[in-house]
Design a protein around this ligand. Structure first.
Ligand SMILES: O=C(O)c1ccccc1NCC(=O)[C@H](O)[C@H](O)COP(=O)(O)O
Length: 215
């Protein structure tokens, strides 16, 4: 663990939780734009929430195979620092989004087994960061935010990729220290693990998570 561990709290919907995350020391907050998600925000809600985020904390829009029309609306309405692409976007689409919006892009790499890690090299020229997380079950409604972890042993000795990366998937205040120890992650992301029900964040759990990740 390290006091320098970067923490992203994803799927925030309330100002109080944005404040709890920022005051605890989170470096990123994630706003969901995916109507099927219990964490989904309309752009007006996201714009109001973004105004609560202090300087120094990055505002990340999480999207899933969003069209240019949808991204135009999101980026035109909400002041953002990063776009997280959580769908099956191609290398070409990631490059197009990066050029069109001029924002850093975090590409999600879903992992179930070792072969899935090859995608990191494939996207390394176009993505600014990676979020490495568990592949969702085949019948899952959501491609992320499922509270499921993957086998962290797959990451052992793999931390020297060309771009920064974040570990995600099923992290909690209880397991995040072990996850960092096993993977060497310098950054971690959480959503379900700081909730009391899907989409319902808890300020105490947010504080516990950031404290454990940065202890
Ligand atoms: O959180 C969602 O509802 C979601 C829906 C669709 C795509 C992505 C989503 N979340 C993105 C995140 O970055 C989550 O924090 C990440 O998947 C980890 O989630 P969890 O396992 O719940 O901590």
């Amino acid at each position: 663990m390290s006091q320098n561990t970067g923490v992203k709290i994803c799927g925030l919907k309330q100002a109080a939780h944005v404040h709890a995350a920022a005051e605890a020391g989170a470096r990123y907050v994630g706003f969901m734009f995916f109507p099927k998600s219990p964490r989904h925000l309309e752009v007006e809600e996201a714009r109001a929430l973004a105004a609560e985020v202090p300087a120094g904390v990055a505002k990340v829009a999480v999207t899933v195979r969003a069209t240019n029309e949808e991204l135009d609306l999101i980026t035109g309405s909400v002041p953002l620092d990063m776009l997280q692409l959580h769908g099956g976007e191609s290398v070409e689409r990631v490059a197009e989004i990066k050029a069109r919006y001029g924002l850093p892009v975090m590409k999600v790499i879903p992992v179930a087994d070792e072969s899935d890690l090859a995608a990191i090299d494939i996207f390394a020229d176009v993505a600014d960061q990676f979020l490495i997380e568990s592949k969702p079950p085949k019948d899952a409604v959501l491609p992320g935010g499922n509270g499921l972890s993957f086998d962290w042993r797959l990451m052992a000795g793999r931390k020297f990729w060309r771009k920064p990366w974040m570990l995600a998937g099923g992290l909690t205040p209880e397991n995040v220290q072990e996850a960092i120890r096993m993977t060497g992650a310098a950054q971690v992301d959480v959503s379900s693990g700081v909730e009391t029900a899907p989409g319902v964040k808890d300020a105490g759990l947010i504080r516990q998570f950031v404290a454990a990740a940065t202890a």
